[in-house]
Design a protein around this ligand. Structure first.
Ligand code: NAD
Length: 257
């Protein structure tokens, strides 16, 4: 059996992933604002560091895989903090515990939204890995609902690019740790409940995120892919964002692969 640390484990995709792993006998240490093994706030640097230290302690120092699911879709500054730094800084803080595993793996949840319009200055500022200036740009965008919506897509595009940039480097590939992302379409979780609450709002979502294969997806569709990416069987998948989105990427990006 393996020991997993899963952020966002109290709800949605993270909870479904934790449940599948526990049911098959693996050990899961959940990290979330509340309701799981480690209570921590991934929107702050101190919260990330404390959560990583506590999770490492509960695991006895060795962690086989980290799966970062915690995220927000609100048009607010905190979305940039949690979706980007709450993943990248947390993963960095978990690297020593991963390095003690014989088959360490890491996976994060990006989104098909990474393919949608973004605010390029925010994407670049996030990728510079300097939180204060990046969040200052997000604060400007958050002043207007129109530009506020770009915070989510920008955070996810930056996250997918961070995975692609970091995965081949010495800290990850060089240490034998596959690092990858999954890009879901519309997953039925508390995050999307309001979007899918009425026929009108659902029609709008379906126009923006076409899902010709089987429509909206359950959280297990993403959980099972995260579990494979973080299994010992994954020996060569490196730096990818794997879209598991009912065909949204194939429709929207077409030949531009
Ligand atoms: P969810 O709201 O059900 O779960 C997200 C979890 O993250 C919650 O338990 C929440 O408490 C936790 N979280 C939020 N802020 C936090 C913080 N500051 N510190 C610690 N934990 C925090 O949503 P979900 O649909 O399961 O989303 C999981 C991931 O999947 C997110 O990164 C989301 O952006 C991504 N995603 C979701 C969809 C979708 O359609 N639901 C689509 C694409 C990507």
């Amino acid at each position: 059996t393996r020991t997993y640390v899963i952020t966002g484990a109290a709800s949605g995709i993270g909870r479904a992933t934790a449940q599948i792993l526990r049911d098959r006998g693996d050990t899961v240490i959940g990290v979330d604002l509340q309701g799981v093994e480690v209570s921590g706030d991934l929107s702050t640097a101190a919260g990330r560091a404390n959560a990583a230290a506590e999770a490492t302690g509960l695991a006895g120092g060795t962690v086989d895989a980290v799966i970062a699911c915690a995220g927000l879709s609100l048009p607010k500054v905190v979305t940039a903090a949690v979706n980007y730094f709450g993943v990248t800084e947390f993963l960095e803080a978990m690297r020593p515990a991963l390095a003690r595993s014989t088959a360490p793996r890491a996976a994060v949840v990006s989104s098909m939204a990474s393919l949608q319009p973004v605010a390029p200055p925010l994407v670049e500022a996030l990728l510079a890995d300097d939180e204060a200036p990046a969040l200052a740009i997000a604060a400007e965008l958050a002043k207007d609902p129109q530009t506020g919506n770009l915070i989510y897509s920008s955070s996810k595009q930056a996250l997918s690019r961070w995975v692609r940039r970091e995965a081949p480097r010495a800290d990850w590939a060089g240490a034998g740790i596959p690092l990858n992302a999954v890009g879901p379409g519309i997953v039925e979780t508390p995050m999307t409940a309001e979007l899918l609450a009425t026929p009108e709002s659902t029609a709008h979502v379906d126009a923006v995120v076409p899902m010709p294969l089987n429509g909206h997806q359950g959280p297990e569709s993403i959980a099972n892919l995260l579990i494979w990416l973080t299994s010992a069987e994954n020996t060569h998948c490196c730096g990818q964002t794997i879209y598991c989105d009912g065909g949204s990427d194939a429709v929207l990006r077409g030949d531009d692969i």
